[in-house]
Ligand binder design. Structure first.
Ligand code: TRP
Length: 335
């Protein structure tokens, strides 16, 4: 009885439509998002407003938006269970972001490590949007009164500032925003580069053998795993100084659900070659149906438009309530 009346917690997360999706994005985030959809009230977005903080080529950007949407559907995001919309289709995000800008200090935004990194990387385009990126992210989250936000390590500081902004606003005006908590997935891997397993797997790695994309052909995936950097131990065992093997074990474990002990047992007396083949095959089989579904969705733009329109309508209605509440508290007169 009690369970039936208990409110499902709200989860919000978003990803930028910036081209290639890697095995790291999939195992670290998307696979978990898809698994959370029954237990939580999930709201997912393509953060396309965030994307223009770095200059985009229009035709490529448009293509990336469709591809990212199709990829997430293919990874199991289900619009019958969750909301899955495009951020720029719901105008409350930019509106609340403006408001929150006026409740966020120059000093606190200046301390964001992502801002410092990105301004160094794009020194010719240190625009104001890059600086206020975290207030837009705060708006995304706070509009939906989210309880939980699954984020990777690189976005933790942005969630922290979101909490600070929410607490500051609530301190001035009463309870307007729910203060969100980070969600740490029970399973899921921090996938490292196959070529330098001390670094996170990234699509911007100049060595393409360092990362796997969801579009890589099976033979390319197998080849990249066979070339993966390991150590000279020749013993499939999790341990210190074995970053390469640890990474492969963690990938294999996330996909098969096997524990590290089970994996060690499975490959006892076998060499790294056998192990790499097994990991490669597991990844190929995991990605095969995703790729097949992607190929279907990407051909059907009308279907994607139908999905995101339906989700955006619900998101608009819901988020408008929070925005109105915040505006009224500030003293605005609503129309
Ligand atoms: N900034 C996030 C990223 O680049 C994407 C993002 C935008 C996000 N808004 C969000 C993530 C809100 C979590 C919650 O990965």
């Amino acid at each position: 009885m009690e369970q039936a009346t208990e409110r499902k917690k709200v989860v919000f997360s978003a990803i930028q439509p910036s081209g290639t999706v890697t095995l790291g994005n999939y195992l670290g985030a998307l696979k978990n998002w898809s698994a959370m959809q029954d237990e939580y009230n999930c709201i997912f977005a393509l953060a396309d407003l965030h994307t223009i903080t770095v200059r985009q080529e229009p035709a490529q950007f448009r293509k990336n938006i469709y591809e990212a949407y199709a990829t997430l559907l293919a990874c199991g995001i289900d619009v019958e269970k969750s909301l899955f919309f495009v951020q720029s289709h719901v105008n409350t995000h930019a509106q609340l972001a403006w408001v929150l800008n006026c409740y966020t200090q120059f000093g606190e935004l200046s301390r964001m490590t992502q801002f410092k990194d990105k301004s160094a990387k794009h020194a010719d385009n240190v625009n104001a949007g890059l600086f206020t990126y975290p207030t837009l992210m705060a708006a995304d989250i706070l509009l939906y009164q989210a309880d939980l936000v699954p984020v990777g390590a690189d976005q933790k500081q942005h969630l922290e500032i979101t909490r600070n902004i929410a607490e500051r606003f609530n301190g001035l005006y009463g309870n307007v925003f729910r203060v969100p908590e980070p969600y740490i997935a029970k399973s899921g891997a921090r996938v490292m580069s196959l070529q330098d397993p001390t670094k996170k797997m990234s699509k911007s790695d100049e060595n393409v053998n360092g990362f796997i994309t969801l579009n890589d052909a099976p033979e390319v995936i197998m080849k990249k795993f066979k070339r993966a950097v390991t150590d000279s131990d020749a013993c499939v065992k999790y341990g210190e100084g074995k970053d390469g093997i640890n990474n492969l074990m963690s990938i294999y474990s996330t996909i098969t659900g096997k524990t590290f002990e089970q994996i060690e047992l499975e490959f006892e007396g076998k060499g790294y070659g056998d192990f790499k083949t097994a990991v490669g095959e597991a990844v190929v089989e995991e990605l095969r149906p995703i790729k097949e579904r992607f190929d279907q969705y990407i051909k059907d733009k009308a279907y994607m438009q139908e999905c995101w329109t339906k989700s955006a309508e619900t998101a608009q209605r819901f988020s408008q309530r929070t925005l109105d509440k915040a505006m009224k508290k500030i003293g605005y007169v609503l129309k």
